[in-house]
Design a protein around this ligand. Structure first.
Ligand code: NAD
Length: 275
């Protein structure tokens, strides 16, 4: 059955791919993004391929902006059946330069070198807001359409780093752990009104956000990129399309008794101890 699906951050790489895949299944898609032009590109592509989509400007950190987006979605497509909370990401101000602190790091005054002690609270706050508040506010706004209706669900986007934190990115790891925890909380809270809540935990996907961390300008892997591939039993990065099957399953009838789960899509990364 055709559903009305709202995806935040869907002008981006991963949720843009999910929007296109869900449209192919016959669903009507609202592509929400802070960058309206990026949302419009995805929506136009869907419409050009015979699907139905609208691009909508929305800031997941501002309730007024989300209420305006909801009005537009309701007027143009109808009430929301499924919400995918995809907007998220990291910030350099919440990231350390070193994997482990060494005594000599404290005297390192190289421009841009950041130890744990240099982390900027504004960067940490940015990352917690974008990932956690940016999941909570769209849920407050769009889940109202779903209360008491059949076949509704929410899919959050967590990450590998929610299970075990990744080196250098304490803010992003903590914020995604909060997203996983909130997924379970919401699943329980919404269980009596028919809204299932689950999450994907993608492993490593080469996207604009992490390309410079994982690859050199000639396309070869950085030391961190190599470390990730060595730690991934399937020996490669994920492709955006690798998220599609689990998304269709969790948002569809086949998962009608599944709520509160966080599914790793990681080529085995989280199962491997490295030994
Ligand atoms: P991306 O940067 O391509 O997409 C993120 C989108 O969110 C962008 O289009 C951006 O404009 C939008 N956005 C940013 N701030 C916003 C705001 N305040 N309001 C509305 N939209 C906003 O990133 P991606 O790699 O496609 O990541 C999508 C999701 O998957 C994120 O939550 C990310 O944390 C998560 N994730 C990514 C990876 C990976 O390897 N790329 C791994 C695990 C989890």
């Amino acid at each position: 059955m055709s559903k009305i699906i709202v995806l935040t951050g869907a002008g981006g790489v991963l949720c843009g791919a999910l929007a296109k895949a869900l449209a192919k299944e016959g669903h009507k898609i609202a592509v929400l993004d802070l960058r309206k032009e990026a949302a419009d590109v995805i929506a136009s592509e869907i419409n050009a391929n015979g699907g139905t989509a609208i691009g909508v400007a929305a800031n997941v950190l501002e309730k007024d902006s989300l209420e305006a987006a909801k009005l537009e979605v309701n007027n143009q497509l109808g009430p929301c059946d499924i919400l995918i909370n995809g907007a998220g990401g990291n910030h350099p101000l919440g990231t350390t330069s070193n994997t482990h602190l060494k005594e000599e790091d404290l005297a390192n005054d190289t421009d841009g070198f950041k130890t744990f002690f240099d982390l900027d609270p504004s960067g940490i706050k940015f990352v917690f807001d974008l990932n956690f508040i940016g999941t909570l506010l769209p849920t407050q706004v769009f889940a109202k359409d779903m209360v008491g209706k059949k076949g509704c669900s929410i899919l959050n986007i967590s990450s590998m780093n929610a299970f075990t934190p990744l080196t250098k990115i304490p803010a992003y790891s903590g914020a995604k752990a909060a997203v996983s925890n909130f997924t379970q909380w919401l699943a329980v809270h919404f269980s009596k009104v028919g809204i299932r809540v689950n999450a994907l935990a993608p492993g490593f996907f080469l996207t604009d956000q992490n390309r410079s961390l994982l690859t050199e300008s000639d396309g070869s892997l950085t030391a961190r990129g190599n470390q990730i591939i060595d730690q991934t039993p399937m020996g490669k990065f994920g492709e955006p399309e690798d998220l599609v099957g689990t998304t269709l399953w969790l948002c569809g009838e086949g998962a009608s008794f599944i709520t509160g789960v966080v599914i790793p899509i990681d080529g085995g990364f989280s199962a491997y101890s490295g030994v």
